[in-house]
Each structure stands twice: as C-alpha cells, then as structure tokens.
Design a protein around this ligand. Structure first.
Ligand code: HEM
Length: 415
C-alpha cells in the first residue's frame, strides 16, 4: 500500500530511460502502478504511472513542454539535431507554441483530413494489391511504413523521389527524440538533420517560385502568411511534422496488425461487424501505444499523487502504463475491439495533444477496413519482429498470409 509522501522508487532493474525498450513493459508497468501514481526516477525526475495522474499531468498548464537545455543535450547532443529539437513545437510553450500550431495545422483539421480520404484509400488499395498477387504481405514493412510516409509527403508537397531518398534520414532523425540517445545515434541524427534541412529548404524555395496546393506553399510566405518565423524554424518544424506523422502512424498500423494476428477471435469479430472499425482503432492505440511516454517540466508548483513537485522538476508520463490502468479499464491486458468508452492517452493531452490524431485515425480505419474486406483469410506467416526505442514501440516485420475474398478488388472497406 502506497503511503502518502513516502518516496517510492522504481522497481529494481527498471530504467525509465529505456521504458518501451523492454520487450514486454506491461507487467513492469503494472508493478509500478501498484507501487503508486508517482515514482522517483532520479534526482528531480519523477515518473507518472496511473491514468488519473497521467491525464492531469498532460493537461495541466503548470507542467510545460519546454525542457531545460541540458536535457535536450543529453538526448540530441549539441550539434544540428540538438538545435532542431529545441525549435520544434513539441518542446515550445506559449506563445510560440500556439503560433506554430496555427501555422502548420490547417491540413490536419477535420475538413483538411476528409479531403485526403480518396488519396489514402487508393494508396491502401495499391499496397494491398501486392498482397493479393503474392498471397502474402509484410503488414509492417510493405503497408504500415509506406502508407503514412506517402500521405505525409503528399500533404507537405514532398515529391516521390525525394520521399524515397529521405526515408533513412527520417528514421535516423526520429531516434533523436528518444530520452537518452547514444553518441552513435546522436551523430547519425546530426547527419540526418543536415541532409533533411538542405532538402526541405530547397523545396521551400521551389514553392516560392512555383506555388502548389500543399503545406510547403502555405508556409512559404506566398500570400504573406508567415511573417513571424524565419526559414530555419519553418524548415525544422516541417521536418518534425514529417516524421511525427509518419513513424507514429506506421506503428499504429503495425501494432494493430500484429495484435489482430495474435487475437484471431477479435479479427473475426471485426469481420462480422464492420461497424467495430472505429472502436478497434482506438483499442489498437490503447493496447500498444506507439509513443510510450511524454516528458513535461514543472513550471509552477503542483501536487501529483500527494507529492508536491517544485518548478524545474522533470516528469515522465507513462502513456503505455496509463492505458493499462486497471482502475479505468476492465481487463486491461485483453484486446477488445469493441471496448467503449476507451479514454486512452496515446495522443497525449492538453495544448500538445497530437496535431495529427484525426489523420492517424482515418488512415488506420481505411487500412484495416480494406484489409479485412479484401482478404477473407489473414494469418501469421512467421512471428512478428519487434522494433523498440525508449519511446516508440512498433514492429519492423509483421508477415501475413492472405487469401482474397472472392470478387473484392477496389470495393471493400471503410468509407
Ligand atoms: C497513431 C499515430 C500517432 C500517435 C500515436 C501520435 C502521438 C502523439 C503524441 C503522444 C504527441 C505528444 C502529445 C503530448 O505531449 O501531449 C503527439 C504530438 C504531435 N503529433 Fe502526433 N501522433 C500520431 C500521428 C500524428 C500525425 C499523423 C501527425 C501529423 C500531423 C502528428 C503530428 C503531431 C504533432 C505536430 C505533435 C506536436 C503537437 C504539439 O506539441 O502541439 N502526429 N503525437
């Protein structure tokens, strides 16, 4: 039983910097929740384990997204990647944060996302077509990766050849957002930042000469939209958008696919009741959250779990643990595609709530809707292969055997 104001330490062998990198962090999270809602992770560092406290920590403005400079240096170093991470909106407080969200947000509102539906459907069909031809598909590498990357590049206005060249660099840059990157990861992220910045600046200049219907044109200053930011801020935030919208959504699709293959009964339920698509997507997000933790810094004194935290304290909010909190979710370790309500925190919360949540939900609904409508048999072809960093949880491979449903070509799925 947790005693008020007793400092509870993390379980032995549990390194909060490598949270999601545990092959199966969920039993560890369970023990941590039992210890208490707030555990000490180190000097001036705390970990939030339970749903009520996590929701509060994500939304309360006494905690902010801006982190002290040494904290950035620890994860991204003090080269280009370090500079990049200090500029992106994820780590800004007001008023800069609000201005950046307004600058970048238009395509990701409801109206903008609905316009993308035909493009996403065609893309999903084209990728699944390869599975139909071969009777097998890697649902991670050949579906979950290319689909969100192509969608994000389409929204921004990044041409296909640039997209393909950018992929390895984007993956390297994504590694910088881990809580503590290794020196090798930092060097790779520096090189990636340099390459990607050149590339994005070139595209920004191009759009100034040749405007198009895309986000690059909107933020390029054509039409006088952007007086308040310099090109450096704009370029770095566009790069952030590109991988924020890519790896996370890839992970949602890969994790969802792996969860369904491991739970054929739930797959059968979705097939029998296509209206479960929306709750199923929420359940994939809850069951195995792509982003396992978010960091906040205390801006003014706050009480969490009966402990008073002073300004400057770092708080790691374990989204993956909050999503399995037995105080909120019945039978939390079970995948239940009909679960409702499902107040998971996989998109974070408060002012920093994920800008792309509507888009991510639509992409996942379209992909799973079409996958299930198109194939009447979907089974594992080999064990799925996990890929984890300290914050992103996904699979590098989810091999599946597929058998086409008779007569289904471009006709199935969510709309
Ligand atoms: C399943 C897919 C996704 C997941 C799980 C996810 C998760 C998250 C999380 C946990 C945060 C931090 C929230 C917080 O600190 O409270 C976030 C922020 C963000 N996400 Fe997503 N995301 C996904 C897809 C996308 C997409 C498609 C986009 C494309 C626009 C996107 C853009 C962003 C941006 C720009 C932020 C920073 C928001 C801010 O600081 O104000 N994300 N996302």
């Amino acid at each position: 039983v947790a005693v008020a104001n007793t400092v509870r330490a993390l379980p032995a062998r549990f390194d909060p910097r490598r949270v999601a990198a545990e092959p199966d962090p969920y039993p560890v999270y369970q023990r941590m929740r039992a210890e208490g809602p707030l555990l000490r992770a180190g000097p001036a560092q705390w970990v939030v384990t339970r749903h009520a406290e996590a929701s509060m920590a994500l939304t309360d403005s006494r905690l902010g997204g801006a982190l002290p400079e040494p904290y950035h240096r620890l994860s991204t170093g003090d080269g280009p990647a370090g500079e990049f991470s200090q500029r992106i909106l994820l780590y800004q407080d007001q008023p800069v944060h609000g201005r950046l969200r307004r600058l970048l947000g238009t395509p990701f509102g409801n109206a903008g996302v609905q316009q993308l539906q035909p493009k996403i459907s065609t893309l999903a069909d084209d990728l699944l077509h390869a599975g139909q031809e071969r009777g097998a598909l890697d649902l991670a590498a050949d579906l979950a990766v290319p689909l969100p990357l192509t969608v994000m590049c389409h929204v921004l206005g990044v041409p296909d050849p640039v997209r393909d060249a950018a992929l390895p660099w984007l993956l390297a840059l994504g590694r910088t957002l881990v809580t503590h990157a290794s020196p090798a990861e930092q060097r790779a992220a520096d090189d990636a930042t340099t390459w990607l910045r050149d590339c994005m600046s070139g595209l920004l200049s191009l759009r100034r000469r040749q405007p198009a219907d895309d986000l690059l044109t909107q933020v390029s200053g054509v039409g006088g939209l952007v007086a308040e930011f310099g090109d450096e801020e704009i370029v770095d935030n566009l790069l952030f958008l590109l991988f924020a919208g890519f790896e996370t959504t890839s992970s949602l699709i890969a994790n969802g696919a792996a969860a369904l293959l491991a739970n054929p009964g739930e797959l059968a339920r979705m097939r029998a009741e296509p209206s479960l698509l929306a709750t199923a997507v929420e359940e994939f997000l809850r069951y195995d959250a792509p982003i396992q933790s978010r960091v906040r810094m205390v801006r003014s004194t706050i009480v969490i779990g009966e402990r008073t935290l002073r300004p400057g304290r770092i708080v790691l909010v374990l989204l993956g643990s909050a999503n399995r909190d037995e105080r909120v979710f019945t039978d939390p370790d079970r995948l239940d595609v009909a679960r409702s309500p499902n107040p998971h925190v996989s998109f974070g919360g408060g002012r920093h709530f994920c800008l792309g949540a509507t888009l991510a939900r639509l992409e996942a609904a379209l992909v799973f809707g079409r996958l299930i409508a198109r194939f009447d048999r979907i089974e594992p072809a080999a064990p799925a292969v996990r890929s984890v960093t300290s914050t992103l949880r996904t699979y590098s491979s989810v091999p599946a055997l597929l058998r086409s449903a008779v007569g289904s070509h471009r006709d199935g799925g969510a709309s």
